[in-house]
Structure formats: C-alpha cells, structure tokens
Design a protein around this ligand. Structure first.
Ligand code: HEM
Length: 457
C-alpha cells in the first residue's frame, strides 16, 4: 500500500469496511468516552483495531486514521475529496466575521493567505525578532526579585502581545494587548462548544464570543489603519486595504478587520505550545544548564535578537519539537468526505468526517522510541525519528494545508523561553501537571504555578 489515498473514479470506490469501535450508544455514539479523553480514546481504538477505525458522535460518522502513512494519505487529499471548509466554516465565521478564512472561494482564501504570508516570510521574521524580545523583556521588567506566576496566564499574555504587535501593529498592542488574551479565549471557548454540541447555539459562550468579536473588530478598525510599525510607511491594515484580489477588487474595511481577526484567532495555539514547552523543561531540569549554555554561545549581542542567533538554539528547538509531539495544541485535524473515498484500502462514504489525530499518532510505539518519554535527543542527526517517515510529526499539520504560522509560532516560543530561562531560576510548584481537556487546545490545567527567582546575569 502506498502512502497515497486512492480516490474514487466511480461513485462507490472499492475498499473494505472500516472496523467500528465497540461501545457506541444509540444517538450518543461514542461521544462520552471521546469527550472525556479524545486522544486516549483514539489511541486505544487504533491500538486495538489498526490504522483506520469508524466511530460516531451525535449527528456525525467519523473515519479516523492514525500513523504516518495514514496521516500522509489523509493530509494529501485534495479539497475536492476531503474538505476542511464544511467542518470549520460554520464554527469560525461567526467568531471572526464574514468574508474571512473559509467564508470565501478557494482563490480568495489563497489571496488572503498570501497577505498573511507577507508578514511571516524570513525577512519579516527577522524584523519581528527584536520586537518579540522587547515584548517579553518589558512584560517581566516590573516583576519583583522572586515570586510565582501562573504559567498559562503568562503564556497567553505574551503570545497575544507578540502576535498583536507584529501582525496588527504596536499601538493596537499597547491599547488592546492587555485584554487580548481574554478576548481570544472567549472566541476559542465558543469554537469548542460549537464543535461539541454540533452547531452554533446561543449558549453564554457564544454571547461572550459575540461581544469579544465586536470589541476586537471595532478596535482593529479604529486603531490598525494608523498603526504604522517603526520604519514603515504604511500600516499592515493599509497594506491589506491596498491589495487587489483575484476578482480585481480590494477588501472593504469590515472584511479587512475580519481577515486580521482571523490571523489572531489562527495564532491562538501558541500559548498552549509555549506552556507545555515550559512544563516539560521544568519537569526535566537537567535540560536547563544545557539550554543556558547554548544561549550563552548563541547570544553574543544584546539584545540577542537576530534570526541566526535564534536558529542557533538547536537544543531548545528539539525541546519545542517534544512539546509539539507530546502535547499538540491541535490534537485533531478534520475534513468532510466530499464524495465516496477509498483511503488506505478502506471505504469512506461521502459525508463522513475524515480525521487524523496528531495527539494519538505522536504516541504510537514503533514510530517514536518510548513515545511517552520526553527525549529531545530523538531529533539529533543520528536518530531523527520525526523524519524517518513522512507525516510522523504533524502538530502543525502537513500535506496540502500546513500551518502558515509555524515559523512565527516557533520563533515566539523560542524567544519567550530564551528570555525567561536567562532571567530566572524557575521551578514548578507541583510537577504533576495534567491537561485541561475542557479547553480546546488541551493546555496545562490551571493553576500551573511556577516559582521564580531572578538570576544574576
Ligand atoms: C504552536 C502554535 C500553532 C500550532 C500548533 C498551529 C497548528 C496548526 C494546524 C495543525 C493547522 C492545520 C489545521 C487543519 O488543517 O485542520 C494550522 C493551520 C493554520 N495556521 Fe497554525 N498553528 C499555530 C500557530 C499559528 C500562528 C502563530 C499563525 C499565524 C500567525 C497560524 C496560522 C495558521 C493558518 C492561517 C492556518 C490555515 C492554513 C490553511 O488554511 O491552509 N498558526 N495551524
């Protein structure tokens, strides 16, 4: 069997039936064990029944695939075979506003993506690097010599400020930055509730999200147009408004604001990844001297802000990969089968949700040695377990639609931990940290208290 999906040329492609996970209930299907521990549920199902299984959630039938070859087969599917839009559009459009992300034809989405990419290219990342350091340094400057902080609160704040500063503008960050993490949390909570209950209903989560969207849209429209980054003649908003789309038209103000809000929303996985990086490091303090030595070697200048210095932090990079592997913030990637498909020899009827799970796949024995163990050495050149097979590590997806913000997110997390590790001695108040499964991104459960003491540098 190749890694490719075998797609149908006829309406009913050949293929064997997907083995069904035992224990489904009438109406509810497998909703209860899935909601309680989705990644554990999938790991157990695939462990018992192989790389492809079927299960059901209220109103949905799910074809779940697991393992590098199966990941590659699903993620290489074309949108005309398995489409993300029917899954995500009803969840996301009410949160950011119409005309952005999946609420546009494919060619317009490609154009919107290119506008974001202009802020994420290598030259842009190099410009962002000193600003990212500056944001973190300013944030911790008023902290006393020693104390405690709640890890996820700090990671949300820092990631939100960095993203707002770099992608929207410095004034927007100064004005909205302190409230931004809470507003983005409200959008995410509504996304999660809509996914669980199957549709958008007017729960308190959705009312809070509506208010958050209005607040953010208003702020973007008021502030962003005049918010020029230093040494730039035009604001990012002005750049957006002056671009011409594939239909020969430019964005109107409301749509440009929705596109920008979509960027902020898409970046909301960064805090969970940054927080798990911190938890894993502090649970394995033998790594801290290694990382500090690496920083001493890489950062010869102050502020240590160049892109090449950041790239030099290879061991920190391996720790980030372990956080992505063990605790992927996006633990499920879902598409809808647009027509009958045959994937890895299994028949997937039209309308099924087709899923791969980074969370389950990353913990398969046989792909990663001792998969439950934090072992950054697995990425060293003599092992490179994540490259031994394509699509082994898919925390940022892969195939046709990889994450556009991966480099930006990794740079953000590298900067945050570079600053914190140099500035403080750190330890977890309680090293037994669990996942918060009621939160979309499964971040560390709160409160995750970190004790800190300033170091003499
Ligand atoms: C640790 C942080 C992040 C993680 C783990 C992450 C993960 C992902 C994943 C798994 C997808 C694919 C979803 C799917 O196909 O179902 C995705 C898509 C995307 N991400 Fe990220 N992301 C992160 C940060 C960011 C940031 C900071 C940005 C923007 C600055 C961003 C922008 C996007 C965009 C625009 C897409 C959609 C790509 C497309 O439609 O083809 N992400 N991300």
């Amino acid at each position: 069997m190749t890694a490719q999906a075998h797609t149908a040329s006829s309406p009913s492609p050949e293929g064997q039936r997907l083995p069904v996970v035992k224990g489904g209930l009438p109406m509810m299907g497998h909703a209860i064990p899935f909601a309680r521990d989705p990644v554990g549920f999938l790991l157990r199902a695939h462990g018992r029944q192989g790389e492809a299984v079927a299960f059901s959630l209220p109103g949905r039938r799910v074809a779940s695939f697991c393992g590098p070859q199966a990941n590659a087969a699903v993620l290489s599917l074309d949108d005309s075979e398995a489409d993300r839009r029917p899954v995500y559009e009803p969840l996301v459009t009410p949160l950011v506003g119409p005309g952005a992300i999946f609420d546009v034809p494919a060619e317009v989405k490609t154009w919107h993506d290119s506008l974001l990419l202009s802020l994420l290219r290598r030259d842009a990342l190099a410009r962002h690097a000193p600003d990212m350091f500056d944001q973190v340094e300013r944030y911790i400057a008023p902290w006393p010599t020693s104390g405690t902080f709640e890890l996820m609160t700090v990671m949300r704040d820092l990631a939100a400020r960095i993203t707002a500063h770099c992608l929207i503008g410095p004034r927007f960050n100064r004005t909205v930055g302190p409230a931004l993490a809470t507003l983005l949390d409200q959008l995410q909570a509504a996304f999660f509730m809509s996914f669980v209950v199957g549709s958008r209903s007017l729960l308190p989560h959705h009312r809070r999200a509506d208010r958050a969207r209005k607040t953010l849209t208003r702020a973007i429209k008021e502030i962003a147009p005049h918010d020029r980054p230093e040494d730039s003649e035009r604001s990012h908003f002005e750049e957006l408004m002056s671009a011409v789309g594939p239909d020969g038209r430019s964005l109107d103000e409301d749509t440009a604001a929705a596109v920008m809000l979509g960027w902020l929303f898409a970046s909301a996985s960064t805090p969970a990844h940054a927080a798990w990086t911190g938890v894993l490091l502090l649970q394995h303090p033998q790594w801290l001297p290694v990382l500090r030595a690496e920083q001493e070697a890489a950062f010869t200048d102050h502020p240590p802000a160049s892109l090449s210095a950041l790239h030099g932090l290879e061991r920190l990079g391996h720790c980030l990969l372990e956080a992505e592997r063990l605790h992927p913030a996006v633990w499920l990637l879902a598409r809808t089968a647009v027509r009958d498909l045959c994937i890895r020899g299994y028949r997937v009827p039209r309308g099924h949700l087709v899923c791969v799970s980074p969370g389950a796949s990353h913990r398969l024995p046989g792909v990663f040695r001792d998969p439950g163990t934090f072992d950054p050495d697995r990425y060293l050149p003599d092992r490179r377990e994540h490259r031994a097979t394509p699509c082994a590590l898919i925390g940022f997806s892969g195939g046709r639609h990889p994450c556009l913000g991966m480099s930006f997110a990794l740079q953000t997390t590298k900067v945050i931990w570079s600053v914190l590790l140099r500035a403080f001695d750190l330890e977890l108040a309680d090293p037994d940290v669990r996942e918060a499964r009621t939160d979309l991104k499964h971040p560390p459960r709160r409160p995750c208290t970190v004790r800190y003491r300033r170091r003499n540098r």
